[in-house]
Ligand binder design. Structure first.
Ligand SMILES: [Zn+2]
Length: 199
């Protein structure tokens, strides 16, 4: 009997958010015997880099795999790259709106969904997701269950009221199992069908 585990490859983007600021500095300039003050416009760059690494992501993916095993779905880290992008709205922390601004630049391709890793996420939960784009994001302080929660959204799962559920709004409980209906929804989702084993 062939296994019908759905393997969903993930391309992880370790992001550095850059914030450029212009400052006016004054410096004395001597011409002959006279000195005058010259004003110059200089650019200062602030870089906010995720502390995650390919190795730490592998550990997180192991935890995520345990949760989705119940649905025979396996998110697999396929590629990790480091990239620099301008911080949306010039903010050190990514919020829901900033995420959507970035997400369109990292859409899911034919081979993998996109995971954006940022130092700080300050949205309505520890991360965010755009199911139609196949992109999600988490901050460095987000737990592995938050990562699993965002993957859950990519699989079409909606928020549940039960505090023990992975898909509860807010903080998820470590090791929260998927419910029967969540498993059915996830298996039937466009994402699972896209990467599903053809039989
Ligand atoms: Zn959520």
């Amino acid at each position: 009997m062939e296994s019908d585990v759905v393997i969903i490859p993930v391309d992880a983007h370790l992001l550095t958010l850059t914030i450029s600021k212009f400052e006016i500095i004054e410096r004395p300039v001597s011409v002959g015997s006279t000195t005058h003050i010259q004003r110059e416009r200089v650019q200062r760059k602030n870089e906010i880099q995720t502390q995650r690494t390919a190795a730490s992501l592998m550990v997180s993916f192991t935890a995520v795999s345990k949760i989705f095993r119940a649905a025979d779905i396996d998110f697999r880290l396929r590629n990790t790259s480091s990239e620099s992008v301008e911080a949306p709205k010039g903010s050190e922390a990514l919020d829901d709106e900033g995420f959507l601004m970035l997400a369109s630049g990292f859409p899911m391709n034919n081979n993998a969904v996109s995971l954006l890793l940022v130092r700080k996420f300050a949205g309505s939960e520890g991360g965010a997701s755009a199911e139609e784009l196949g992109v999600c994001a988490v901050g460095d302080s987000s737990a592995d269950t938050a990562l699993a929660h965002e993957f859950g959204h990519l699989l079409g799962l909606e928020h549940q009221g039960d505090i023990r559920d992975l898909m509860n709004r807010g903080l998820s409980v470590p090791g929260a199992p998927l419910t029967r209906s969540e498993i059915a929804t996830a298996r039937a989702s466009p994402l699972a069908r896209r990467f599903g084993v053809s039989r």
